[in-house]
Design a protein. Structure first.
Length: 272
């Protein structure tokens, strides 16, 4: 996902709290089964998805465009990014972004002194009028986390990974709106919840709980998707807001979207 950094005093959101559920019980049972089964050590982890959860996710993928959503190879967007830094609002800035799934992006923001961030898997660089530097480990980690649990990667990649556990949680009330909830725990033990519109099954919010590798503290993320519009047969959220531990840290307003654009191979490499 395109993104910005920082935090502000935006609307508060209640952090996710892990609950004891059927899914947790399944985790224990499946883990115990795996411990005593005669599988080779190199065997892939066991996965589980409940029929009700599978049906909801399939309906969501169809609502997003079906094969067109699953098959796009690149995405170019432009618009405005709301910069939030050091707990204060830094203002709007124009941006342009190009991404190639699952883990490449080139994000440029600002007009007078633009800054470009390039991410390519585990590598990342930042370019401004002073030159080019490597992104900090914290910047790369933030990109990797947000990208892994983005709408596109959750529904195109994550739900098919070995070791994923997916359960239907029925209806949930979010901001006084009833939404269909599906809960996941991936092989990294990250708890993910996706909330779907009750009428059209478009994703409205994805939350994920990740342990900070530096502080070992749990970080509660929430990505809110709204203002869907159709481009090339794909339902696309034009407004994306990210929260960290209940505080808004970035907000994106897209105004132009184009899928399957030609991307030069050097777009995700450090300039020489």
């Amino acid at each position: 996902m395109e993104g910005a950094v920082g935090t502000t005093g935006g609307r508060k959101r209640t952090p996710h709290r892990a609950s004891c559920s059927v899914l947790c019980g399944l985790l224990l049972v499946m883990a115990a089964t795996a411990s005593f089964s005669p599988q080779d050590k190199g065997s892939p982890p066991v996965s589980f998805i409940s029929p009700a959860a599978k049906q909801k996710l399939e309906r969501s993928i169809q609502a997003l465009g079906g094969s067109a959503f699953l098959g796009w190879k690149s995405l170019r967007t432009t618009g405005q990014v709301f910069l939030i830094q050091d707990h204060s609002t830094a203002g709007f800035a124009p941006y342009k972004n190009i991404e190639v799934p699952p883990d490449k992006r080139r994000f440029t923001y600002g007009s007078d002194a633009p800054v470009t961030r390039i991410n390519n898997g585990k590598r990342g660089w930042e370019i401004d009028h002073y030159g080019i530097i490597q992104q900090t480990p914290e910047q790369i980690q933030a990109w990797k986390v947000g990208n892994r649990y983005s709408l596109e990667n959750v529904l195109r990649v994550l739900i098919h990974e070995p070791g994923i556990f997916i359960e239907d949680k029925g209806l949930a009330l979010k901001d006084n709106q009833p939404l269909e909830e599906v809960e996941m725990i991936d092989a990294r033990h990250v708890h993910v919840k996706i909330y779907l519109d009750q009428d059209n099954f478009l994703p409205r919010e994805i939350t994920y709980r990740v342990r900070d590798p530096r502080t070992h503290q749990w970080q509660e993320y929430s990505d809110v998707y709204s203002n869907y519009q159709t481009f090339q047969g794909i339902e696309t959220p034009m407004h994306i807001t990210r929260y960290l531990n209940g505080e808004r840290i970035s907000e994106l307003f897209r105004n132009k979207v184009r899928y399957n654009v030609a991307v030069p191979p050097t777009s995700f490499q450090a300039p020489r």
